[in-house]
Ligand binder design. Structure first.
Ligand code: F3S
Length: 283
């Protein structure tokens, strides 16, 4: 059985950076916390917990003088200010692409623009981005949503980093159709699109797909959904222990991909387990 691993499977740049910063902070010891899970990987969160890093929901739960690590998709401006007030040592692991989106929102507000954020209103990244507006700010998920917004003389558009370009385009077209001045910042990061394109291609070339990543990771779930549409023999797992050898009955080629928050060690465990199952079958 041939096992083909997608070239960009696993950590994106921002998650890799956040994870390094978190493990470095954990190595230094002392009371260390993250505000919410550092990334959407229960296994990484558990490893950090084993090293004494606690995940809390609120700055108020953190002892003064401790270290707080800011997760890759950022936190709200007020939370960051609360951390500064509480005299915490801050390790800011916000992905630089998310940071850029936050900064654009702050600038737009300062310069008198009403801000339109293209994204999912309940996603923590979007809630963080929105918090940097000091004036009016709206979250939309489609061109139709734009039609329902109040009149705006100056509109500034930014996107959640994981949005598709088509989606941003649709919202921008709807903003332009309303008239007024429109300033657009393309804050989309292509890590998601690259993984999705690559996964789609791979799913078309194999008999079975294994998608690795947190069940709470939206980008991993989306990869599994893309695969399943092309190949019903798709399995979304978090760890190698969840693999059922029967999945590979009659399979010649198996494709493996992983979400942007899946660490390399989990990917390695999965490919090793598949190879071991294959060896057992032959032997
Ligand atoms: Fe950053 Fe893009 Fe990853 S925004 S966290 S590099 S998906």
């Amino acid at each position: 059985m041939e096992v083909i691993l997608a070239k960009h499977a696993g950590f994106c740049f921002g998650v890799k950076r956040a994870t390094h910063l978190a493990f470095d902070a954990a190595d230094k010891g002392g009371d260390t916390y993250t505000l919410g899970p550092i990334i959407h990987s229960p296994q990484v969160v558990q490893r950090l917990e084993e090293m004494g890093v606690k995940s809390v929901e609120d700055v108020a739960e953190i002892k003064n003088g401790s270290t707080v690590i800011i997760r890759s998709h950022g936190v709200a401006a007020e939370e960051l200010e609360a951390a500064v007030r509480a005299d915490l040592a801050i390790v800011d692991a916000t992905c630089p692409f998310v940071k850029k989106a936050q900064e654009h929102v702050a600038t737009l507000s300062r310069e008198g623009y009403d801000v339109v954020v293209v994204g999912d209103a309940v996603h923590p990244e979007v809630q963080g981005i929105v918090s940097y507006a000091t004036g009016r700010v709206y979250v939309v998920s489609s061109g139709k949503d734009v039609e329902r917004l109040p009149r705006m003389a100056k509109m500034g558009v930014v996107a959640q980093t994981t949005q598709s370009f088509e989606h941003l385009n649709e919202v921008v077209a709807a903003c332009l159709a309303r008239g007024g001045e429109t300033r657009v910042y393309n804050t989309i990061c292509d890590a998601t699109a690259v993984r999705q394109e690559e996964t789609k291609k791979l799913a078309g070339e194999v008999d079975c797909m294994i998608v690795i990543g947190g069940f709470n990771s939206a980008n991993t779930r989306r990869l599994a959904q893309i695969c399943r549409e092309l190949l019903p023999r798709t399995h979304h797992i978090e760890t190698a222990g969840q693999i059922d050898p029967a999945w590979f009955d009659g399979v010649q080629r198996v494709g493996v991909t992983a979400g942007a928050s899946t660490p390399k060690w989990l990917i390695d465990e999965v490919t090793e387990r598949i190879s071991a199952i294959d060896r057992d079958k032959i032997g």
